[in-house]
Design a protein around this ligand. Structure first.
Ligand SMILES: [Zn+2]
Ligand SMILES: [Zn+2]
Length: 432
């Protein structure tokens, strides 16, 4: 009876007090976002103007570490080359939650009229290239620095610990180097303390600022890379009967690869098999001995991944043996698929809706693009959403193009959405 009575009081207090508490926190977040918007936009301009390639984010990491330190956040640097981790302990007990932003730029020469446009050049794979934040990672990094400002200003209200992860080399490390989320996880980023969930966002070049998109379940595909060698026998171009022609065999292989998606896999199972490189031969009148095929495979399930690799082997074996040739296939399984935990998604989407308006939060379809956030989300449940970034009424170039153009107005939206999501999630005690 006593316990029941106490429950009633608790429930009554909850129903009366909880909405008041939520409003109070929302107001504090709103006020803090306003206070830190200008300084966060300035950080974005600096990061955008001085972009750095994967595993070379030295200045960016320094800017990040200095900002976190200025907020009284415990900082660890040099993780997976240039990664930075910040630990913000709230005054109240609660779960550990991780939030991740990527810091690297791309070898693209910027072609925008932004006043803080990048003119940086560097050497990449022996070539002189422009460097640009052409995927919006400057937005991710600055929004997360803004979230750190907001949350540290209300740390008295925080139930638990926030782990800020600033990751290098999301686009992939330079050839011959390790890096990115995979290396961060191997260097124990998800331990000591281990979070109960991980969150992140990515700017979306087809969505206006003010909106957020999300996908429950599969959101970004697994990214695999293959190299196939089709081997034959060299001969004079006028004596094909003396050859085993790898050009003919490779042509049939490329065509047959297209049947993997259309005829071998379940039609409801998304997949892509792309041959991006086909190279062979030196002269018009020589049948070469070998043709090089190289490409990418995108899938969402291990079953589809196995299915594609098996069929590639069967096709290569069948075609080359029919002509008396041979083959080698090097199939490299790269970034796994990013699967947004459906329970976690259902739990946190209402926070996004409350933060920026229900009508501005929409479901978006999964993409066959990849995202190495999956390495974190394979350790603990994860939720990765899309932040609209285009100035209303204008158009941005696509991701990884010189005219990619994210508008500053998405920064306070991202700060408010992520801060609200984190505060709500921690207050609820974690994954329900
Ligand atoms: Zn990208
Ligand atoms: Zn990206």
């Amino acid at each position: 009876m006593r316990n029941k009575h106490r429950m009633c009081i608790l429930m009554f207090s909850f129903s009366v007090l909880f909405p008041v508490c939520v409003d109070a926190d929302d107001r504090k977040i709103e006020k803090a976002v306003k206070k830190y918007t200008t300084s966060t936009i300035e950080l974005r301009h600096q990061i955008h103007q001085y972009p750095e390639l994967g595993n070379r984010e030295f200045k960016t990491a320094e800017l990040v570490a200095n900002h976190l330190k200025s907020l009284g956040i415990e900082v660890q640097t040099g993780v997976a080359h240039t990664g930075v981790i910040g630990i913000l302990k709230g005054d109240k007990p609660g779960p550990v939650v991780a939030v991740r932003a990527d810091m690297d730029a791309l070898p693209v020469t910027e072609d925008t009229d932004l006043p803080f446009k990048s003119t940086v050049r560097t050497t990449y794979l022996g070539n002189d290239v422009g460097v640009m934040h052409a995927c919006g990672h400057d937005i991710h990094t600055s929004v997360q620095l803004g979230v750190a400002s907001v949350l540290s200003s209300i740390r008295k209200e925080i139930h638990g610990t926030v782990k800020f992860i600033f990751q290098p080399a999301e686009e992939g490390p330079p050839p011959g180097e390790e890096g990115g989320a995979d290396l961060m996880v191997r260097e124990n980023t998800m331990e000591n303390p281990r979070p109960v969930a991980v969150f992140g966002l990515h700017a979306l070049a087809s969505m206006e600022a003010g909106n957020i998109g999300y996908t429950s379940g599969p959101a970004f595909a697994a990214v695999d890379h293959f190299i196939a060698k089709v081997k034959g026998k060299q001969a004079h171009g006028a004596r094909p009967e003396e050859s085993i022609d790898p050009v003919v065999m490779a042509s049939e292989v490329v065509t047959a690869f297209q049947t993997i998606r259309s005829r071998s896999l379940n039609p409801r199972e998304p997949s892509v098999v792309t041959v991006g490189i086909i190279r062979g031969g030196q002269r018009f009148n020589i049948i070469p001995s070998e043709v090089h095929l190289e490409g990418t495979v995108r899938t969402y399930s291990e079953e589809a991944r196995d299915g594609v690799e098996n069929r590639m082997n069967q096709i290569l074996k069948g075609i080359t043996s029919a002509y008396g040739g041979s083959y080698e296939l090097d199939y490299d399984r790269g970034t796994p698929a990013t699967i947004n935990d459906p329970k976690l998604t259902a739990q946190v989407v209402p926070s996004l809706q409350r933060a920026i308006g229900r009508e501005n939060v929409m479901e978006v379809p999964p993409t066959m693009g990849g995202e190495d956030f999956s390495f974190f989300a394979n350790v603990v449940p994860g939720f990765y959403y899309r932040l609209g970034m285009v100035k209303p009424g204008t158009v941005s170039g696509g991701h990884h193009t010189p005219t990619f153009r994210a508008d500053d107005s998405c920064i306070p939206i991202g700060m408010k959405a992520m801060s609200t999501l984190i505060i709500d999630f921690m207050k609820s005690g974690g994954l329900q």
